[in-house]
Design a protein around this ligand. Sequence first.
Ligand SMILES: [Zn+2]
Length: 472
Amino acid sequence: MPQRPQVRSTRPKVIFTHNKMSATSPSSSVSSSKAPSNPTTRTPSTPSEVFNDILSSAQPPPTYSQQTWNPSNPYFPHYYSQNMSTTATSPPEPLIPPTPALFTTPPILHDTLQTPSSKDQISTAEICMKHLSNPSDPFPILSRREHIAFLEGGILGVQNGKLHQAMVALDASRPWIIYWCLQGLASLGVDVGKYRERVISSLRPLQNESGGFGGGNGQVSHVTASYAAVLALAAVGRGDDEDGEEGEALGIVDRRTMFHWLHEIKDWESGGFRVCVGGEEDVRGVYCALVILALLGLPTSGNLVKGTKEYLGRCQTYEGGFGATPNGNEAHGGYAFCTLAGLCILGEPAVVLRKHLDLDRLVSWLSARQHAPEGGLSGRTNKLVDGCYATWVGGCWALVEAGINGPQDENEEALGEKKVGGLRDKPGKGADHYHSNYILLGLTSAQNYFYYTSSPIPLSSPGGAGMGAGGY
Ligand SMILES: [Zn+2]
Protein backbone atom coordinates (compact mmCIF):
# COMPACT_ATOMS: atom_id res chain seq x y z
CA MET A 1 0.00 0.00 0.00
CA PRO A 2 1.30 3.47 -0.76
CA GLN A 3 2.46 5.44 2.23
CA ARG A 4 1.18 9.01 2.29
CA PRO A 5 2.45 10.45 5.57
CA GLN A 6 1.06 13.87 4.78
CA VAL A 7 -2.50 12.62 4.96
CA ARG A 8 -4.31 13.58 8.11
CA SER A 9 -5.23 10.65 10.26
CA THR A 10 -8.11 10.27 12.67
CA ARG A 11 -6.41 7.70 14.91
CA PRO A 12 -3.63 9.88 16.34
CA LYS A 13 -6.36 12.30 17.49
CA VAL A 14 -7.74 9.61 19.78
CA ILE A 15 -4.27 8.78 20.98
CA PHE A 16 -3.52 12.46 21.55
CA THR A 17 -6.46 12.62 23.96
CA HIS A 18 -4.77 9.97 26.06
CA ASN A 19 -1.46 11.80 25.85
CA LYS A 20 -3.02 14.97 27.22
CA MET A 21 -4.54 12.98 30.04
CA SER A 22 -1.14 11.46 30.83
CA ALA A 23 0.42 14.90 31.01
CA THR A 24 -2.00 15.99 33.75
CA SER A 25 -1.87 12.78 35.78
CA PRO A 26 1.55 11.73 37.10
CA SER A 27 2.55 8.33 35.75
CA SER A 28 3.72 7.22 39.21
CA SER A 29 0.20 7.36 40.60
CA VAL A 30 -1.18 5.42 37.62
CA SER A 31 1.50 2.77 37.71
CA SER A 32 1.46 2.25 41.46
CA SER A 33 -1.74 0.22 41.48
CA LYS A 34 -3.96 -1.82 39.21
CA ALA A 35 -6.99 -0.13 40.77
CA PRO A 36 -8.40 2.99 39.13
CA SER A 37 -6.33 6.01 40.14
CA ASN A 38 -9.42 8.15 40.58
CA PRO A 39 -10.96 7.17 43.96
CA THR A 40 -14.31 8.85 43.36
CA THR A 41 -16.94 6.67 41.73
CA ARG A 42 -19.09 8.43 39.15
CA THR A 43 -20.87 7.67 35.95
CA PRO A 44 -18.73 8.73 32.98
CA SER A 45 -20.62 11.20 30.83
CA THR A 46 -18.47 11.60 27.73
CA PRO A 47 -16.75 9.07 25.42
CA SER A 48 -13.42 10.57 26.47
CA GLU A 49 -14.16 9.88 30.16
CA VAL A 50 -15.26 6.33 29.37
CA PHE A 51 -12.01 5.81 27.49
CA ASN A 52 -9.98 7.23 30.39
CA ASP A 53 -11.81 4.99 32.87
CA ILE A 54 -10.97 1.92 30.77
CA LEU A 55 -7.35 3.01 30.74
CA SER A 56 -7.15 3.56 34.49
CA SER A 57 -8.67 0.17 35.26
CA ALA A 58 -6.23 -1.61 32.94
CA GLN A 59 -2.73 -2.74 33.80
CA PRO A 60 -0.26 -0.01 34.75
CA PRO A 61 1.44 1.60 31.76
CA PRO A 62 4.99 0.48 31.04
CA THR A 63 7.72 2.46 32.75
CA TYR A 64 10.75 3.28 30.64
CA SER A 65 14.32 2.98 31.76
CA GLN A 66 17.60 3.34 29.88
CA GLN A 67 17.42 -0.42 29.24
CA THR A 68 13.99 -0.39 27.63
CA TRP A 69 14.29 3.04 25.97
CA ASN A 70 15.89 2.33 22.63
CA PRO A 71 15.11 4.78 19.82
CA SER A 72 16.77 2.52 17.24
CA ASN A 73 14.29 -0.25 18.06
CA PRO A 74 12.26 -0.60 14.84
CA TYR A 75 9.08 -0.99 16.85
CA PHE A 76 9.34 2.42 18.48
CA PRO A 77 7.81 4.34 15.58
CA HIS A 78 4.58 2.52 16.43
CA TYR A 79 4.73 3.69 20.03
CA TYR A 80 5.74 7.25 19.34
CA SER A 81 5.26 9.98 16.82
CA GLN A 82 6.99 9.38 13.48
CA ASN A 83 8.55 12.84 13.82
CA MET A 84 10.31 11.98 17.09
CA SER A 85 14.05 12.57 17.05
CA THR A 86 16.02 9.33 17.35
CA THR A 87 18.78 11.24 19.17
CA ALA A 88 16.52 11.93 22.15
CA THR A 89 17.95 10.70 25.44
CA SER A 90 14.74 10.38 27.38
CA PRO A 91 11.45 8.85 26.30
CA PRO A 92 8.48 11.07 25.49
CA GLU A 93 5.03 10.39 26.87
CA PRO A 94 3.79 7.11 25.35
CA LEU A 95 1.13 7.61 22.69
CA ILE A 96 -0.23 4.07 22.86
CA PRO A 97 -2.30 3.14 25.92
CA PRO A 98 -1.45 0.01 27.94
CA THR A 99 -3.07 -3.26 26.96
CA PRO A 100 -6.58 -3.38 28.47
CA ALA A 101 -7.13 -6.03 31.17
CA LEU A 102 -9.55 -7.78 28.82
CA PHE A 103 -6.55 -9.02 26.83
CA THR A 104 -4.30 -9.93 29.76
CA THR A 105 -6.65 -12.06 31.86
CA PRO A 106 -8.48 -15.34 31.09
CA PRO A 107 -12.01 -15.08 29.67
CA ILE A 108 -14.85 -14.96 32.20
CA LEU A 109 -16.93 -17.61 30.41
CA HIS A 110 -15.58 -21.09 29.87
CA ASP A 111 -16.96 -23.75 27.56
CA THR A 112 -17.55 -26.84 29.69
CA LEU A 113 -17.61 -29.11 26.64
CA GLN A 114 -14.03 -30.13 25.85
CA THR A 115 -13.20 -30.60 22.18
CA PRO A 116 -9.98 -30.36 20.16
CA SER A 117 -11.09 -26.80 19.24
CA SER A 118 -11.70 -25.74 22.86
CA LYS A 119 -8.27 -27.10 23.86
CA ASP A 120 -6.73 -25.26 20.91
CA GLN A 121 -8.41 -22.06 22.04
CA ILE A 122 -7.18 -22.35 25.64
CA SER A 123 -3.59 -23.02 24.62
CA THR A 124 -3.67 -20.12 22.13
CA ALA A 125 -5.13 -17.79 24.76
CA GLU A 126 -2.41 -18.75 27.25
CA ILE A 127 0.37 -18.00 24.76
CA CYS A 128 -1.20 -14.68 23.75
CA MET A 129 -1.77 -13.59 27.36
CA LYS A 130 1.91 -14.22 28.11
CA HIS A 131 2.87 -11.66 25.44
CA LEU A 132 0.06 -9.20 26.09
CA SER A 133 0.53 -9.08 29.87
CA ASN A 134 4.24 -8.29 29.65
CA PRO A 135 4.29 -4.50 30.12
CA SER A 136 7.93 -4.08 29.08
CA ASP A 137 7.49 -5.67 25.64
CA PRO A 138 3.86 -6.38 24.89
CA PHE A 139 4.34 -6.82 21.15
CA PRO A 140 7.06 -8.88 19.46
CA ILE A 141 9.04 -6.98 16.83
CA LEU A 142 8.31 -8.14 13.30
CA SER A 143 11.27 -10.22 12.06
CA ARG A 144 11.34 -8.49 8.70
CA ARG A 145 14.56 -10.05 7.39
CA GLU A 146 13.45 -13.60 8.21
CA HIS A 147 10.01 -13.09 6.66
CA ILE A 148 11.61 -11.77 3.49
CA ALA A 149 13.82 -14.87 3.32
CA PHE A 150 10.80 -17.13 3.88
CA LEU A 151 8.71 -15.47 1.17
CA GLU A 152 11.61 -15.32 -1.30
CA GLY A 153 11.87 -19.07 -0.80
CA GLY A 154 8.36 -19.33 -2.22
CA ILE A 155 9.43 -17.51 -5.37
CA LEU A 156 12.93 -18.89 -5.86
CA GLY A 157 12.52 -22.33 -4.27
CA VAL A 158 14.05 -23.47 -1.02
CA GLN A 159 16.21 -26.33 -2.30
CA ASN A 160 17.76 -26.65 -5.77
CA GLY A 161 15.33 -24.03 -7.02
CA LYS A 162 12.31 -26.12 -6.01
CA LEU A 163 9.61 -25.67 -3.41
CA HIS A 164 9.26 -28.08 -0.51
CA GLN A 165 7.72 -31.41 -1.55
CA ALA A 166 4.67 -30.74 0.65
CA MET A 167 3.73 -27.98 -1.80
CA VAL A 168 2.74 -30.62 -4.39
CA ALA A 169 -0.71 -30.51 -2.81
CA LEU A 170 -0.97 -26.92 -4.06
CA ASP A 171 -0.34 -27.83 -7.70
CA ALA A 172 -3.67 -26.26 -8.69
CA SER A 173 -2.76 -23.08 -6.81
CA ARG A 174 0.44 -22.03 -8.58
CA PRO A 175 -0.65 -18.44 -9.26
CA TRP A 176 -1.70 -18.17 -5.63
CA ILE A 177 1.72 -19.13 -4.26
CA ILE A 178 3.33 -16.57 -6.54
CA TYR A 179 0.82 -13.88 -5.55
CA TRP A 180 1.04 -14.56 -1.79
CA CYS A 181 4.83 -14.33 -1.83
CA LEU A 182 4.99 -11.25 -4.05
CA GLN A 183 2.34 -9.35 -2.09
CA GLY A 184 3.91 -10.33 1.24
CA LEU A 185 7.31 -9.14 0.01
CA ALA A 186 5.83 -5.90 -1.32
CA SER A 187 4.19 -5.34 2.09
CA LEU A 188 7.67 -5.61 3.62
CA GLY A 189 9.01 -2.96 1.24
CA VAL A 190 10.81 -5.30 -1.19
CA ASP A 191 10.93 -4.23 -4.84
CA VAL A 192 9.30 -7.27 -6.45
CA GLY A 193 9.95 -5.96 -9.98
CA LYS A 194 13.15 -8.05 -9.96
CA TYR A 195 11.01 -11.20 -10.22
CA ARG A 196 9.20 -9.93 -13.31
CA GLU A 197 10.69 -12.32 -15.89
CA ARG A 198 10.35 -15.29 -13.57
CA VAL A 199 6.70 -14.48 -12.82
CA ILE A 200 5.84 -13.98 -16.51
CA SER A 201 7.47 -17.26 -17.55
CA SER A 202 5.65 -19.16 -14.80
CA LEU A 203 2.22 -17.68 -15.47
CA ARG A 204 2.18 -17.44 -19.27
CA PRO A 205 1.72 -21.23 -19.79
CA LEU A 206 -1.28 -21.24 -17.42
CA GLN A 207 -3.32 -18.94 -19.69
CA ASN A 208 -5.88 -20.81 -21.79
CA GLU A 209 -6.75 -19.90 -25.38
CA SER A 210 -10.41 -19.67 -24.45
CA GLY A 211 -9.59 -17.02 -21.82
CA GLY A 212 -8.56 -17.03 -18.20
CA PHE A 213 -5.81 -18.84 -16.28
CA GLY A 214 -5.80 -22.35 -14.83
CA GLY A 215 -4.33 -23.12 -11.42
CA GLY A 216 -1.63 -25.32 -13.02
CA ASN A 217 -0.36 -26.35 -16.43
CA GLY A 218 -3.13 -27.83 -18.59
CA GLN A 219 -5.88 -27.03 -16.08
CA VAL A 220 -9.20 -25.37 -16.92
CA SER A 221 -9.58 -21.66 -16.34
CA HIS A 222 -10.71 -20.74 -12.84
CA VAL A 223 -11.61 -17.28 -11.66
CA THR A 224 -9.56 -17.47 -8.44
CA ALA A 225 -6.43 -18.65 -10.31
CA SER A 226 -7.02 -15.88 -12.88
CA TYR A 227 -7.40 -13.32 -10.08
CA ALA A 228 -4.12 -14.41 -8.43
CA ALA A 229 -2.30 -14.43 -11.79
CA VAL A 230 -3.51 -10.92 -12.68
CA LEU A 231 -2.56 -9.59 -9.22
CA ALA A 232 0.90 -11.17 -9.44
CA LEU A 233 1.48 -9.66 -12.90
CA ALA A 234 0.26 -6.27 -11.67
CA ALA A 235 2.63 -6.50 -8.69
CA VAL A 236 5.77 -6.97 -10.80
CA GLY A 237 4.70 -4.07 -13.04
CA ARG A 238 6.45 -2.53 -15.96
CA GLY A 239 9.76 -3.76 -17.35
CA ASP A 240 12.33 -2.08 -19.57
CA ASP A 241 14.19 -5.19 -20.76
CA GLU A 242 15.21 -5.74 -24.36
CA ASP A 243 13.84 -9.22 -24.93
CA GLY A 244 10.44 -8.27 -26.22
CA GLU A 245 8.79 -8.01 -22.81
CA GLU A 246 8.64 -4.25 -22.58
CA GLY A 247 5.60 -2.66 -20.98
CA GLU A 248 3.34 -3.88 -18.24
CA ALA A 249 3.66 -7.54 -17.24
CA LEU A 250 -0.14 -7.48 -17.42
CA GLY A 251 0.35 -7.18 -21.19
CA ILE A 252 0.69 -10.99 -21.42
CA VAL A 253 -3.00 -11.30 -20.51
CA ASP A 254 -5.27 -11.68 -23.53
CA ARG A 255 -7.88 -9.10 -22.51
CA ARG A 256 -10.31 -10.00 -25.30
CA THR A 257 -10.53 -13.73 -24.47
CA MET A 258 -10.56 -12.93 -20.73
CA PHE A 259 -13.54 -10.61 -21.22
CA HIS A 260 -15.31 -13.26 -23.28
CA TRP A 261 -14.62 -15.95 -20.66
CA LEU A 262 -15.96 -13.71 -17.85
CA HIS A 263 -19.21 -13.47 -19.84
CA GLU A 264 -19.31 -17.27 -19.89
CA ILE A 265 -19.09 -17.57 -16.10
CA LYS A 266 -21.63 -14.81 -15.39
CA ASP A 267 -24.95 -16.07 -14.02
CA TRP A 268 -27.33 -13.84 -15.94
CA GLU A 269 -30.27 -14.81 -13.78
CA SER A 270 -28.86 -14.10 -10.30
CA GLY A 271 -26.31 -11.40 -11.14
CA GLY A 272 -23.45 -13.47 -9.62
CA PHE A 273 -20.41 -15.16 -11.20
CA ARG A 274 -19.40 -18.81 -11.22
CA VAL A 275 -15.80 -19.77 -10.39
CA CYS A 276 -15.42 -21.66 -13.67
CA VAL A 277 -17.63 -22.76 -16.54
CA GLY A 278 -20.19 -25.08 -14.95
CA GLY A 279 -18.73 -24.48 -11.47
CA GLU A 280 -20.23 -23.16 -8.23
CA GLU A 281 -21.42 -19.60 -7.95
CA ASP A 282 -20.59 -17.40 -4.95
CA VAL A 283 -19.19 -14.02 -3.92
CA ARG A 284 -15.61 -15.24 -4.51
CA GLY A 285 -16.53 -15.54 -8.19
CA VAL A 286 -17.95 -12.01 -8.19
CA TYR A 287 -15.04 -10.40 -6.34
CA CYS A 288 -12.32 -12.12 -8.39
CA ALA A 289 -14.08 -11.28 -11.69
CA LEU A 290 -14.40 -7.63 -10.67
CA VAL A 291 -10.74 -7.32 -9.66
CA ILE A 292 -9.72 -8.82 -13.00
CA LEU A 293 -11.92 -6.35 -14.88
CA ALA A 294 -10.60 -3.39 -12.89
CA LEU A 295 -6.91 -4.26 -13.20
CA LEU A 296 -7.14 -5.04 -16.90
CA GLY A 297 -8.91 -1.76 -17.60
CA LEU A 298 -12.07 -3.58 -18.76
CA PRO A 299 -15.49 -2.04 -18.04
CA THR A 300 -16.80 -2.47 -14.49
CA SER A 301 -20.19 -1.16 -15.50
CA GLY A 302 -22.65 -2.21 -18.15
CA ASN A 303 -24.24 -5.49 -19.10
CA LEU A 304 -21.63 -7.85 -17.62
CA VAL A 305 -22.23 -6.59 -14.07
CA LYS A 306 -25.99 -6.18 -14.39
CA GLY A 307 -27.64 -7.23 -11.12
CA THR A 308 -24.28 -7.84 -9.41
CA LYS A 309 -24.54 -5.12 -6.74
CA GLU A 310 -27.96 -6.41 -5.78
CA TYR A 311 -26.61 -10.00 -5.70
CA LEU A 312 -23.88 -8.93 -3.26
CA GLY A 313 -26.33 -7.03 -1.06
CA ARG A 314 -28.56 -10.12 -0.79
CA CYS A 315 -25.66 -12.11 0.74
CA GLN A 316 -25.88 -10.19 4.06
CA THR A 317 -27.19 -12.48 6.79
CA TYR A 318 -29.21 -11.86 9.94
CA GLU A 319 -25.90 -11.59 11.87
CA GLY A 320 -24.72 -8.64 9.77
CA GLY A 321 -21.86 -10.46 8.01
CA PHE A 322 -21.99 -12.02 4.55
CA GLY A 323 -22.45 -15.58 3.39
CA ALA A 324 -21.10 -17.13 0.19
CA THR A 325 -24.40 -16.80 -1.67
CA PRO A 326 -27.79 -15.14 -1.16
CA ASN A 327 -29.18 -18.54 -0.08
CA GLY A 328 -28.76 -18.04 3.66
CA ASN A 329 -25.20 -19.34 4.13
CA GLU A 330 -23.38 -18.63 7.39
CA ALA A 331 -21.69 -15.22 7.65
CA HIS A 332 -17.95 -15.55 7.06
CA GLY A 333 -15.03 -13.09 7.08
CA GLY A 334 -13.70 -14.13 3.67
CA TYR A 335 -17.07 -13.73 1.98
CA ALA A 336 -17.62 -10.44 3.81
CA PHE A 337 -14.38 -9.05 2.37
CA CYS A 338 -15.26 -10.27 -1.13
CA THR A 339 -18.69 -8.63 -0.90
CA LEU A 340 -17.49 -5.27 0.42
CA ALA A 341 -14.53 -5.08 -1.95
CA GLY A 342 -16.78 -6.09 -4.86
CA LEU A 343 -19.27 -3.34 -4.04
CA CYS A 344 -16.43 -0.79 -3.71
CA ILE A 345 -15.26 -1.69 -7.23
CA LEU A 346 -18.78 -1.34 -8.63
CA GLY A 347 -19.53 2.04 -7.09
CA GLU A 348 -18.40 4.80 -4.83
CA PRO A 349 -17.87 3.28 -1.33
CA ALA A 350 -19.72 6.09 0.46
CA VAL A 351 -22.76 5.38 -1.72
CA VAL A 352 -22.82 1.63 -2.42
CA LEU A 353 -22.09 0.47 1.14
CA ARG A 354 -25.06 2.42 2.48
CA LYS A 355 -27.36 1.57 -0.39
CA HIS A 356 -26.84 -2.19 -0.63
CA LEU A 357 -26.27 -3.32 2.95
CA ASP A 358 -27.09 -2.68 6.59
CA LEU A 359 -23.86 -0.95 7.64
CA ASP A 360 -24.71 -0.76 11.36
CA ARG A 361 -25.37 -4.49 11.53
CA LEU A 362 -22.17 -5.18 9.60
CA VAL A 363 -20.11 -3.08 12.03
CA SER A 364 -21.66 -4.98 14.94
CA TRP A 365 -20.74 -8.35 13.41
CA LEU A 366 -17.23 -7.17 12.45
CA SER A 367 -16.65 -5.93 16.02
CA ALA A 368 -17.60 -9.34 17.40
CA ARG A 369 -14.86 -11.00 15.34
CA GLN A 370 -12.12 -9.88 17.74
CA HIS A 371 -11.59 -12.36 20.58
CA ALA A 372 -10.30 -11.71 24.07
CA PRO A 373 -7.81 -12.40 25.45
CA GLU A 374 -6.20 -13.59 22.19
CA GLY A 375 -6.69 -10.22 20.48
CA GLY A 376 -6.89 -11.93 17.08
CA LEU A 377 -9.82 -12.10 14.68
CA SER A 378 -12.04 -15.04 13.82
CA GLY A 379 -13.88 -15.65 10.57
CA ARG A 380 -17.20 -16.84 12.00
CA THR A 381 -19.23 -16.86 15.19
CA ASN A 382 -17.89 -19.40 17.68
CA LYS A 383 -14.75 -20.12 15.68
CA LEU A 384 -11.11 -19.76 16.71
CA VAL A 385 -8.89 -16.78 15.92
CA ASP A 386 -6.73 -17.16 12.81
CA GLY A 387 -4.01 -14.81 11.52
CA CYS A 388 -5.34 -14.60 7.94
CA TYR A 389 -8.53 -12.90 9.16
CA ALA A 390 -6.30 -9.90 9.81
CA THR A 391 -6.94 -9.36 6.10
CA TRP A 392 -10.38 -10.86 5.53
CA VAL A 393 -11.96 -9.14 8.55
CA GLY A 394 -9.34 -6.39 9.09
CA GLY A 395 -9.62 -5.45 5.42
CA CYS A 396 -13.39 -4.99 5.85
CA TRP A 397 -12.66 -2.26 8.39
CA ALA A 398 -10.45 -0.49 5.84
CA LEU A 399 -13.31 -0.54 3.31
CA VAL A 400 -15.89 0.58 5.87
CA GLU A 401 -13.51 3.36 6.96
CA ALA A 402 -13.08 4.52 3.36
CA GLY A 403 -16.86 4.44 2.90
CA ILE A 404 -17.45 6.52 6.01
CA ASN A 405 -14.62 8.98 5.26
CA GLY A 406 -15.82 9.46 1.70
CA PRO A 407 -13.72 10.91 -1.12
CA GLN A 408 -10.77 13.08 -0.19
CA ASP A 409 -8.27 15.28 -1.90
CA GLU A 410 -5.48 13.11 -3.23
CA ASN A 411 -2.93 15.70 -2.06
CA GLU A 412 -3.87 15.92 1.16
CA GLU A 413 2.22 -6.79 14.67
CA ALA A 414 2.04 -10.12 15.39
CA LEU A 415 1.45 -12.99 17.66
CA GLY A 416 1.50 -15.49 14.80
CA GLU A 417 5.14 -14.66 14.17
CA LYS A 418 7.69 -17.44 13.87
CA LYS A 419 11.39 -16.75 14.57
CA VAL A 420 12.70 -18.51 11.43
CA GLY A 421 10.53 -16.34 9.20
CA GLY A 422 7.01 -16.83 7.94
CA LEU A 423 3.72 -16.21 9.69
CA ARG A 424 1.06 -18.70 10.69
CA ASP A 425 -2.58 -19.31 11.56
CA LYS A 426 -1.91 -19.32 15.33
CA PRO A 427 0.83 -20.35 17.81
CA GLY A 428 1.54 -24.05 17.44
CA LYS A 429 0.83 -24.13 13.69
CA GLY A 430 3.38 -24.08 10.87
CA ALA A 431 4.20 -20.98 8.82
CA ASP A 432 3.00 -20.77 5.23
CA HIS A 433 3.00 -18.26 2.39
CA TYR A 434 -0.78 -17.74 2.52
CA HIS A 435 -0.83 -16.67 6.17
CA SER A 436 2.43 -14.71 5.81
CA ASN A 437 0.85 -12.55 3.14
CA TYR A 438 -2.54 -12.02 4.73
CA ILE A 439 -1.18 -11.29 8.21
CA LEU A 440 1.17 -8.67 6.74
CA LEU A 441 -1.74 -7.17 4.80
CA GLY A 442 -3.74 -7.14 8.04
CA LEU A 443 -0.95 -5.21 9.75
CA THR A 444 -1.07 -2.77 6.86
CA SER A 445 -4.82 -2.30 7.22
CA ALA A 446 -4.40 -1.68 10.96
CA GLN A 447 -1.59 0.85 10.52
CA ASN A 448 -3.00 2.96 7.73
CA TYR A 449 -5.82 5.37 7.17
CA PHE A 450 -8.07 4.52 4.22
CA TYR A 451 -9.88 6.77 1.81
CA TYR A 452 -10.53 6.85 -1.91
CA THR A 453 -10.17 9.47 -4.58
CA SER A 454 -12.83 10.52 -7.02
CA SER A 455 -10.55 10.07 -10.03
CA PRO A 456 -8.93 6.70 -10.82
CA ILE A 457 -5.17 6.32 -10.34
CA PRO A 458 -3.37 5.10 -13.51
CA LEU A 459 -2.21 1.47 -13.32
CA SER A 460 1.40 2.41 -13.94
CA SER A 461 1.54 4.59 -10.83
CA PRO A 462 3.08 2.92 -7.77
CA GLY A 463 -0.16 3.27 -5.83
CA GLY A 464 -2.14 0.96 -8.10
CA ALA A 465 -5.80 1.72 -8.66
CA GLY A 466 -8.73 2.82 -6.59
CA MET A 467 -7.96 3.27 -2.95
CA GLY A 468 -5.20 4.90 -0.99
CA ALA A 469 -3.79 4.53 2.46
CA GLY A 470 -2.15 7.23 4.49
CA GLY A 471 0.73 6.19 6.72
CA TYR A 472 1.20 7.33 10.28
ZN1 LIG B 1 -6.03 -18.85 8.27
